[in-house]
Every structure is written in structure tokens, then in C-alpha cells.
Design a protein around this ligand. Structure first.
Ligand code: FRU
Length: 727
């Protein structure tokens, strides 16, 4: 399954990378100084050039002959992030600062058509305007046969073509004295300005004769023509520059004799774009590219018109083709996205199908396994039940026979009691096994109810309250905690020969008895109503009064995790049912024994030994807060000869029995013994360290009479008090 997910991930990644891969994209900013048909033609050529590169984006800006606007437009192109700047500066010097900024930013700059005085540009492309002015001058001189009056309408002051064209033109005119320039008017490349300045001049020079007007571009020539014709003057010849194709272009104007001549001012936008791409892609390029051009006269205007119309038609075709190609590309990209999406969807669907298939296969396998297990279980139960029935029959039958024998009739009540337990439980077991078998084979009326299942391990609690008064002083006391009365009876029968036995039917009652009578050891079942064995054990072990009592958990829960739970609750031993009575007895004896060893150490301690032994027990220190407290109370009260065990119990907040059992369990001595030992130890101390008489000492430490003190002292230390003093 994991592999499928990886596969899908790879497909999706491949889809995305294949979409995003390809050549680096470039953004080129084009800053045009003006907006007119010449600029429009060039812009559309730039666009066509870009069609051949799918990584070029063009951003156009037109400054409408304003220096400020052009500077601002260049700056905002830089801000939006361009990779190269193409700029036609409005004037030679006014735009230089913006050009410098672009170049200093590391952006390549191509200056085209008009020139700048900035040195910070990467390449220049444009026609030779001086040459153009010169050739136009020569044409005019020839056309006028070396004689005539000329009006010159200049382009925008400060723009390089205006300066160069004028210089070229003037250089020719200077050589022909028959040619007179009657006026050089300052235009700005636009037709309206030319119209108004020429009109103004004509008004001022009513009688002036003009044979030819040289407009520095076709629009200026046509503006002048309009002024002449409006003023009702005889029309001179008009020459211009630009020679654009199309309806409004100079070629048609020459063909239709509105202009005498024009000069094709090349736009070459596609060539300009190629230069930009070469620079961007780090290919070799020309730093200065001079565009070639040609004169348009009546002789070639018709042919040029035809050709340029053809070029326009071709350009339109290219536009259409491009539009179509773009459409196809869009469709293709949509289809590609769609294919990838379908692929992913198919992969997901496939994953889903596989997952569903695997789920059902797994379910079927589990179902089969369960069926198989059920069958095996049934076989097993059937076999085991049958196997069990045979020996059970052989137990139950002979037991019934035995019950009828005269020996049994004569047997003691106790024997009969045990016999009754055996018979009752044998019958119970037979019944349960029959039911179990019936349940397994699915007999309709043979469901085991909850109580009956419980009955296999649990019988309703029957409580017994033991009598402490009958207990033999030396025998240890065992508390049995089990909710099954038969188990309790059976355990009782096993233990009673050696121990005094107390019984409780559950943990709750067990805890009460443990606190009340402080048994020497506890044997407890685990699964019981109210408080179970684990909880019970925990409570015993966390109660200061009972914490010293060893606890054996006796249970049918045989798994090791159950045993761990048992030990975690503080149990000292864990015996699983069915158990061997010998094992249980040995375990009890062993636990009691290990506790006795502690007691012996305490009870055999002599005052003289104090300090010579290093073990805690040998030095009289049992690390038990209960005993420490008892000793403190004992030492502070022992000088009182009237002090009784009841007084001590009261001081400890316990009953006489509780104190007796707890003290005896831990120290092996009775509270009375410990009181006597404490007094004798104090006496021994006084004898060896003071000059007090034996009688004085006897009374001081709480003995009723000196003779009784002497007897006790001798019993304890083997010598009379006087002897100890001599040492
Ligand atoms: C177009 C134009 C042309 C002229 C050229 C001079 O904007 O005015 O008519 O030849 O620019 O730069």
C-alpha cells in the first residue's frame, strides 16, 4: 500500500515539474518617446518577433513626447522588474539619468532610433539620420535643378534625428548657391505643430515664394501642405521622411503625389527584439547596428506600395497564425492538466479499489480463521469434556458408593465435612462440564447464564467470624480471604493442624479482620466481589498496623501478567490454582520463618552487646516507625510501676489485641516482655554507671519490689544485679 502512495506522489510531482520546466522567462520593457503610426508599426513588429520566443514578455510604455513622462515610465518599468530595457529617448540629454539608473542596476539597455548622450547603454540600433538628410538634400537639389526656395520644418528640438537630418541636409544645400532656405521652422515631429507654424509663417510672409517644403518627417510635410492649401497658396513640392507603408503611410502619399518624395525610416522591430534576446541569452551581438534605408519617389512608390501591402498582409497572417497557435497552446495546456488530473484520479481510484479489495480479503481471511478456530475449539471442548466425563464418572460413582459405606457413617464430623465438599464439588463440576459441552455444540436450550459461569470460580460469600480467645499463644494465625466457602473450608482443613485460621469472605471483610486481629500471614483469592484480592493486598500493605503481614495471593489467574499485577500490589507470594497443599504449607512456613529470623535477632539482644554489632536489627534498631514510636512511649512511661499493656495500647491508639499481635509479629516478644526488657536494660545502665542501690534502682525503673527485680534480672542476664555492678 505504501508503494502505491509513493507512486502517486511521484506522478503528481512529475506533473508539476513537467509543467514548470523550460527556458528562463524574460521581461523586456519598451520605452517609446512617442505614440504614432511609426511607433505602432515598430511595436507590432516587436510583438511578432516575440512570437518566435515563448520565454519573452514585452511591456510597452509611450511617453507622448514628454521627457518627464518618459523618465517616470522607465523608473516604473525598472520597479516592476524587467530584464532588459529598450528605449527611444525623447531628447538626447533629457532622459540620460533614467537610462543611467537602469544600466547601473545591471539591466542591459538598448537605445534605438534616437540617440542619448549617456554612455551607459549596452547596444544601439538605428538608421543613419545624417545620411538620410544628406540624400534628401541631394534629391531636392536635383529635383529643383539646382535653383529654388526651400522651407525646412524641423523635428523636435534636442532630438537626435532632428539635429542629424538637418546637418546632413544643410551640408548639401551649402554646396548649391542656387538653392535658398527661406525658412527653418522649429516643429516637433507632429502634424498639428507643423500646420500651425507654417500657417503662421505664411501669414507673416504673404508674398514669399516657396518651391519646396522639406518636412523632417512625413507628418510635418503633410501639416505644412495643409497650411499651404488652406491659405490658398500655390502648392509647392513637399518632401518628408518615414515612408511608412499602409493607407496613411508616406509611400501611399508619394504614390498619390501628395508628397514628392519620402525616405523610408526603418522600424525593424523584429530585428530589435532579436538583438535583445541575444543580449539576454549571452550570445554575441553588435554594439552598433545601422539600419539601411531607401528613397521613395514617384518612380518606385507604386512597387513599394505593392510590396509593403504584401508585407502588411503577411504580418496579418502571422498575427492570425499566432492567435490560432495560442489557442491551440491553451487547449494543449488545459488538456495536459486534465490528463494529469485524470491520471491522479485513476491512481487514487486504483488505490481505493486495491484498499477495498485488501480489506475484504483480510476480512474473509479473518472470517475463515475464526471459523477454523471455532471448529478447533469445538473439537477441543468436545474432546476435553468427554475426556473429563470419564474420570469424573469414576470419581462421582465411587464417592456415592463410599458415602453409603458403614465406615463413612461412623466417620467424624470433620471427615464428613470434607467428604461433603468433595461430593458437592464433584457434582457441580459434572454439571458444568455437561453444560459446557452443550454450549459448544450449540444446543438451543443450553446457554450458560452468567451466574453459572461465575459459579465455576465464585460462590456467594458466607462469612465466618473467628474467636480470638480460643487461639493458642504459640501458633501463628493465618487469615484466609476467599468468597468460595468450599475453598475456605478446604484451606481451613489444610491449615488448621498447624495454624490458627481466620476466614473472610471478601477483601472488605478481610481488611476488617486483618486490622482487628492482626494475623501473622494472609492467604487471599484475587477474584472476589466488593474489594478484590489485589486491592485488598494493597490496602493491607499501606496500613501501618498491617503492613508487616506477608500476603500470599492464591488464584486461578495463571498468566504472568496477572502475577506481575499481584506482585505490584505488594504480594509476597503468588500461587496458582489448582495448587498443592504441600506447596502452600511450605510457602507459609517459609514466609513466617523469614520473619522469625528478624524477631530472634531482636529478642536475643543483650545490653552488653549493644554497640558491638553493626546490623540494624542486632543493635536493637528495626527500621519501623511503629516500633520506634512504641519504644519512645515505653521508655517515657516505664518508671511507672502501675503501667499496664492497656495503658500502652491506649497511648498507641490501638486495642490490646492489636498492640499485642503487631508487637509480637515484629519483635517476637509481647508488649509485657518488652516493657520488662526495657526496664532491665535501664537498670543495667544505672548499675554500671551510678552508685544507686539495687533497691533504689528497682523502684526507679518501675519494679514493684526489689526481690522481683532481682529475679527478673537474673532470668534475663543470668547474674544477680550485684554481680553486674562488680564488673
Ligand atoms: C516617430 C517619429 C518619426 C520620425 C522619428 C524621429 O515617432 O516622429 O516620424 O521620423 O520619430 O525620431
Amino acid at each position: 500500500m505504501r508503494y502505491i502512495y509513493w507512486g502517486i506522489l511521484v506522478l503528481v510531482l512529475a506533473a508539476f515539474t513537467s509543467c514548470s520546466q523550460g527556458t528562463k522567462k524574460y521581461r523586456i520593457g519598451v520605452s517609446q518617446c512617442s505614440d504614432d503610426i511609426w511607433r505602432n508599426k515598430q511595436n507590432s513588429e516587436l510583438n511578432i518577433g516575440a512570437y518566435f520566443h515563448d520565454n519573452i514578455e514585452l511591456r510597452f510604455a509611450a511617453a507622448y513626447d514628454s521627457d518627464e513622462r518618459q523618465i517616470q515610465q522607465i523608473d516604473s518599468l525598472l520597479e516592476c522588474g524587467i530584464d532588459l530595457l529598450i528605449v527611444a529617448p525623447n531628447q538626447v540629454s533629457t532622459i540620460s539619468s533614467a537610462i543611467d539608473r537602469a544600466y547601473d542596476k545591471g539591466i542591459p539597455v538598448i537605445v534605438f532610433e534616437r540617440k542619448t548622450n549617456s554612455k551607459k547603454y549596452t547596444a544601439y540600433m538605428g538608421a543613419d539620420n545624417y545620411e538620410m538628410g544628406r540624400l534628401m538634400g541631394e534629391y531636392i537639389v536635383t529635383r529643383l535643378n539646382g535653383h529654388g526656395k526651400i522651407m525646412e520644418v524641423m523635428g523636435l528640438k534636442g532630438s537626435s534625428p532632428a539635429i542629424e537630418r538637418h546637418d546632413g541636409f544643410a551640408s548639401v544645400i551649402a554646396q548649391h548657391p542656387g538653392i535658398e532656405v527661406v525658412s527653418t521652422l522649429q516643429g516637433d515631429w507632429t502634424e498639428p505643430t507643423a500646420y500651425s507654424i507654417v500657417k503662421q509663417w505664411l501669414n507673416a510672409h504673404n508674398d514669399a515664394q516657396v518651391d519646396l517644403v522639406f518636412g523632417m518627417n512625413d507628418r510635418s510635410a503633410m501639416g505644412a501642405r495643409k497650411a499651404f492649401s488652406e491659405m490658398g497658396k500655390a502648392l509647392p513640392l513637399f518632401c518628408g521622411i518615414d515612408g511608412l507603408p499602409g493607407e496613411d503611410g508616406g509611400i501611399r502619399l508619394v504614390r498619390d503625389s501628395l508628397l514628392e518624395a519620402s525616405y523610408i525610416y526603418p522600424t525593424h522591430g523584429d530585428q530589435l527584439l532579436q538583438l535583445a534576446v541575444d543580449i539576454l541569452e549571452g550570445k554575441p551581438y553588435e554594439k552598433e547596428t545601422k539600419l539601411m534605408s531607401a528613397l521613395v519617389t514617384h518612380d518606385n512608390a507604386r512597387v513599394l506600395m505593392l510590396e509593403s501591402d504584401e508585407v502588411i498582409r503577411q504580418a496579418k497572417n502571422i498575427e492570425q497564425l499566432h492567435a490560432k497557435a495560442s489557442g491551440y497552446m491553451r487547449e494543449l495546456s488545459n488538456q495536459r492538466t486534465l490528463s494529469w488530473l485524470s491520471l491522479v484520479a485513476v491512481a487514487l481510484l486504483l488505490t481505493l479499489l486495491i484498499a477495498i479489495y485488501m480489506y475484504y480479503r483480510q476480512r474473509a481471511r479473518l472470517h475463515d480463521e475464526r471459523r477454523k478456530m471455532e471448529r478447533e475449539q469445538l473439537d477441543f471442548y468436545t474432546q476435553v469434556s468427554h475426556e473429563l466425563r470419564t474420570p469424573l464418572t469414576l470419581i462421582e460413582g465411587p464417592l456415592e458408593q463410599l458415602a453409603e459405606t458403614p465406615e463413612m457413617q461412623r466417620a467424624s464430623d470433620e471427615t464428613n465435612g470434607i467428604f461433603a465438599i468433595v461430593r458437592r464439588n464433584t457434582r457441580h463440576l459434572t454439571r458444568l462440564i455437561s453444560k459446557l459441552l452443550d454450549v459448544q455444540v450449540g444446543a438451543p436450550s443450553a446457554e450458560m447464564d452468567g451466574d453459572e459461569i461465575d459459579a465455576m470460580t465464585v460462590t456467594r460469600p458466607v462469612d465466618t467470624a473467628p474467636a480470638i480467645d480460643d487461639l493458642d499463644e504459640n501458633a501463628s494465625t493465618v487469615l484466609i480471604v476467599d468468597d468460595n466457602a468450599d475453598i475456605r473450608a478446604y484451606l481451613n482443613s489444610i491449615l488448621k493442624a498447624k495454624y490458627k485460621v481466620l476466614e473472610a469472605c471478601d477483601g472488605q471483610r478481610g481488611q476488617e479482620i486483618a486490622q482487628e486481629l492482626v494475623p501473622d500471614i494472609i492467604v487471599s483469592d484475587v477474584m472476589m466481589p466488593n474489594i478484590n484480592g489485589l486491592e485488598f493486598c494493597q490496602r493491607v500493605k499501606t496500613d501501618a498496623l498491617t503492613c508487616h503481614i506477608p500476603v500470599i495471593l492464591l488464584t486461578a489467574r495463571a498468566l504472568s501478567k496477572h502475577q506481575i499485577e499481584g506482585y505490584e500490589s505488594g504480594a509476597d507470594a503468588y500461587i496458582t490454582k489448582p495448587f498443592s497443599s504441600d506447596l502452600l504449607l511450605a510457602r507459609i512456613a517459609n514466609l513466617l520463618q523469614s520473619r522469625h529470623q528478624l524477631k530472634d535477632l531482636w529478642s536475643t539482644q543483650r545490653p552488653a552487646d549493644a554497640g558491638s554489632e553493626t546490623s540494624a536489627a542486632a543493635s536493637g534498631h528495626i527500621d519501623d516507625p511503629f516500633i520506634e514510636r512504641f519504644k519512645t512511649i515505653l521508655e517515657s512511661k516505664m518508671s511507672n510501676s502501675e503501667l499496664s499493656v492497656e495503658d500502652l495500647s491506649r497511648e498507641m491508639g490501638l486495642s490490646r489485641v492489636q498492640l499485642y499481635r503487631k508487637i509480637k509479629a515484629i519483635t517476637g516478644s509481647t508488649p509485657v516482655d518488652l516493657l520488662r526488657k526495657a526496664r532491665l536494660q535501664a537498670a543495667h545502665q544505672l548499675l554500671t554507671t551510678t552508685a544507686m542501690t539495687v533497691s533504689e534502682i528497682a523502684y526507679k525503673i518501675g519494679f514493684g519490689s526489689p526481690s522481683y527485680f532481682t529475679k527478673c534480672y537474673k532470668d534475663e542476664y543470668g547474674t544477680v544485679p550485684g554481680e553486674s555492678r562488680k564488673k
